[in-house]
Design a protein around this ligand. Structure first.
Ligand code: FA5
Length: 340
């Protein structure tokens, strides 16, 4: 049997060496190493050997099996590698062709707008102050002169975290934080950030959007200072040919209150769906800080005065670029975002 095993090994290995094509390997494997292969046939004869002969024959058979399996594997690897080399040598790679374009990301159009706002107000001496998006009912409403159950709360549809905590509905609660932190110094800050409203999403309204609040507190600050700052900012942001209108309004935390509009870029002022046929689009609210609010921030309203404003970011951007729908900003459509 040992002779038989040896002959099998020699023949199988010689045959293996003659194989030059990977596709022929399975046939060789079937012939020698499969369940019905020649080696298994020889092993079946082990039972016929005497008890003394069997261990040596068994060991020899195992060695043959290992040798054939090992050489098969090596040969297979060699052939595959050669095939790959051949393939690579055959392929013509034109290294002078341009590479695949690499798409670089860029700042979101809202971030660009925010940075422009920082620049414009920075030039007028406003510092940036950040305040949290999750706010107390006290800061978001009560200290801004909007008590519990006051009808003015209906101006801001609110996401409540619990009875005392809200997702801020506007950046105005930051006014209270800045005043408490800065008293008795004068203040000139902007407070940018996300705000949240439990609102129907439409062409003009998102439920999550940016606002930039502004607050100036000092001695002898007047309404004309506010109007001057707003007009200067509008000119710098939208160009001097953009028309701008200021009208009386109401906010519980300012007295008097105004609203700032810009002429509608879509219809040029004649009236369309975007401007609700008024010819004007609102960009923000403003006013003189209400004495109650000054007091809540720690500033004596008999000594100090101040103005505040809150402007949107997305709505003015609609105007600036002639975008017909606010939902594009957060729709994550690269075709839209890459334009800016
Ligand atoms: C306020 O939120 C006041 N806190 C602004 C303010 C600050 C007034 C300081 C006085 C003093 P209003 O709700 O109008 O006001 O929102 C201000 C601006 O946010 C709007 O002019 C508009 O540009 C933007 N805005 C309001 N609601 C939405 C919305 N759903 N989607 C996108 N932008 C909005």
């Amino acid at each position: 049997m040992l002779v038989q095993l040896n002959t099998l090994k020699e023949t199988a290995l010689q045959e293996l060496e003659t194989i030059t094509d990977v596709d022929q390997l399975p046939e060789w494997h079937r012939k020698y190493l499969s369940k019905k292969g020649e080696l298994t046939q020889v092993l079946k004869q082990l039972g016929r050997l005497s008890a003394e002969e069997r261990p040596a024959a068994g060991q020899a058979a195992n060695k043959v099996k290992q040798a054939l399996t090992g050489r098969f594997q090596e040969h297979q690897d060699r052939l595959k590698e050669a095939a790959l080399d051949q393939q690579l040598a055959k392929d013509d790679i034109d290294i002078s062709l341009p590479g695949r374009p690499c798409h670089l990301g860029h700042l979101h159009v809202c971030t660009q707008m925010l940075r422009q706002i920082y620049q414009v107000f920075g030039e007028m001496g406003f510092q940036i102050y950040e305040s949290p998006e999750v706010e107390s009912d006290e800061n978001n409403f009560q200290l801004l002169n909007i008590p519990a159950y006051h009808p003015a709360r209906d101006m801001w549809d609110t996401f409540w975290v619990n009875d005392q905590v809200v997702l801020r509905t506007h950046t105005s609660p930051g006014q209270i934080r800045v005043m408490k932190e800065n008293f008795p110094n004068p203040i000139r800050v902007i407070l940018p950030g996300k705000v949240y409203r439990y609102e129907q999403v439409t062409q003009r309204s998102e439920h999550q959007f940016y606002q930039v609040e502004g607050l100036a507190v000092g001695l002898n600050i007047r309404m004309t200072d506010l109007i001057g700052v707003m007009q200067e900012a509008t000119k710098k942001m939208f160009g001097s040919d953009r028309k701008n209108r200021i009208r009386g309004s109401y906010f519980p935390f300012t007295e008097p209150s105004i609203e700032i509009d810009m002429d509608c870029i879509f219809c040029g002022g004649s009236g369309c769906r975007m401007c609700k046929h008024t010819g004007w689009l609102e960009i923000g609210g403003a006013g003189m800080v209400h004495p109650v609010v000054l007091n809540n921030g720690g500033y004596d309203p008999d000594v100090w005065s101040g103005f505040a404003f809150g402007i949107g970011v997305e709505r003015p951007l609609l105007l600036k670029h002639g975008i017909p729908d606010i939902r594009y900003f957060y729709g994550n459509d690269l075709n839209f975002l890459q334009q800016f």
